[in-house]
Design a protein around this ligand. Structure first.
Ligand SMILES: Cc1cc2nc3c(=O)[nH]c(=O)nc-3n(C[C@H](O)[C@H](O)[C@H](O)COP(=O)(O)O)c2cc1C
Length: 366
């Protein structure tokens, strides 16, 4: 997506100042304005049982896991946000430093800027400060379709990534005055990448979630992992409503709450049997444990880490990551789950709105 220093669609110019200005406008808006959904993730409709006799000690509760060949101390990712600009280099390095110290994973923001200007690769490179973290590369589906597998593979390998997120953001593109309008051929392109690249490909939304039909298409195309990035957190249609032309602002406002809530999208992804990253509006340890109890393999947060960085740099990011990890461990103990395998099997009660989403979703094809 075009936020935070990538060469997004708005880089073609919307009469609002230079590229750099627009890039920092996105970051600034996310840091300072109300850019979060008002409808919520529906994770608050996932209720878990308290176990008064957990028969566990704090020390044996283990939220660690291995994924894409990397060991994580907790199933928490710093979702991809930035790259391409000077400010983005600083942000990526701070996020990576914190991820390295805490054993968390991280994604970089869209690497479209690298396609346009190979010298910008440096703003995405974090291996110097974080040699062993799980690192996810990132590119938009439209750009991946147009660039082809060889160039896309290079983007990931040039930053030493372990896997590649292909992001999907049609709602944001439609709102942007200069955004993409032709989304044909993206599914085939993602399938080709999944078949040809020597590392995993993750299909990632950016705040509108993934439907059963989209998930089925991805599965049939050979994709094994998704990041649902559902509705309930940062809304990119909402961000775009804060800038640009009258048309952009109006459409952005109208689509501000558009999307499938994160909790519903996680259930759809698990039902499809896909490896699942739960993100979009994950804000605290309660959201994390609820998403994991729904079957997610990992969780991701963007806005909370961005704001922590803006308040306190790498130390601020570390504090948030530490609190989340500590809180998750506490909740694992209180639900009697020694490890993440056990956590996925704990009983849960789903509220009516979430049940409505899941129940109504089965017949989506004639
Ligand atoms: C400043 C900012 C920039 C982002 N840039 C990208 C991006 O380049 N590529 C991408 O896939 N997602 C991008 N995202 C979306 C996030 O990765 C995430 O999917 C979304 O913000 C929902 O998570 P949240 O509610 O925790 O913020 C960005 C988010 C923020 C806040």
């Amino acid at each position: 997506m075009s936020a935070a220093g990538e060469g997004g669609p708005d880089d073609r110019g919307s009469g609002e100042g230079g590229i750099g200005e627009r890039k920092s406008a996105h970051l600034d808006l996310c840091i300072r304005e109300d850019v979060e959904s008002r409808r919520g993730t529906l994770l608050d409709e996932v209720h878990l049982f308290h176990e008064a006799l957990p028969e566990l000690s704090w020390d044996e509760v283990d939220p660690s896991l291995e994924v894409f060949g990397r060991r994580l101390q907790a199933p928490i990712l710093i979702s991809g946000m930035s790259g391409g600009a000077e400010e983005a280099r600083e942000l990526n390095r701070a996020l990576a430093t914190a991820a390295h110290k805490l054993g968390l994973g991280m994604g970089v923001g869209s690497q479209r800027a690298m396609l346009l200007d190979p010298a910008s690769a440096d703003t995405y490179r974090v291996r110097e400060v974080a040699p062993d973290i799980l690192l996810l590369a990132n590119l938009g589906a439209v750009q991946a379709r147009d660039a082809g597998p060889a160039r896309v593979a290079r983007l990931a390998s040039e930053i030493g990534a372990d896997a590649l997120c292909i992001h999907l953001n049609p709602a944001q593109e439609l709102v942007q005055d200069e955004g993409d309008r032709d989304f044909r051929g993206c599914l085939d392109a993602i399938g080709e990448l999944a078949a040809r690249l020597p590392f995993p490909v993750i299909a990632k939304e950016t705040g509108c979630g993934l439907s059963p039909r989209t998930l089925e298409g991805l599965l049939a195309a050979g994709v094994a992992w998704v990041d649902v990035a559902g509705a309930g957190g940062t809304t990119w249609t909402g961000v775009e409503a804060l800038r640009g032309s009258r048309r952009q602002r109006a459409l952005g406002r109208a689509l501000r709450e558009w999307g499938i809530p994160t909790a519903a999208s996680v259930l759809f992804a698990r039902r499809a049997g896909l490896g699942t990253i739960a993100s979009g509006g994950i804000r605290d340890e309660n959201d994390i444990i609820r998403a994991l109890a729904l079957g997610a393999d990992l969780t991701g947060l963007a806005l909370p880490f961005l704001r922590a960085w803006s308040r306190g740099g790498a130390a601020g990011v570390m504090e948030v990551g530490q609190d989340l990890t500590e809180g998750l461990r506490a909740l694992m103990l209180l639900t009697g789950a020694r490890d993440l395998g056990a956590l996925r099997k704990i009983p849960r009660v789903l509220g009516p709105a979430l049940q409505g989403w899941v129940g109504s979703s089965a017949p989506h094809r004639a």
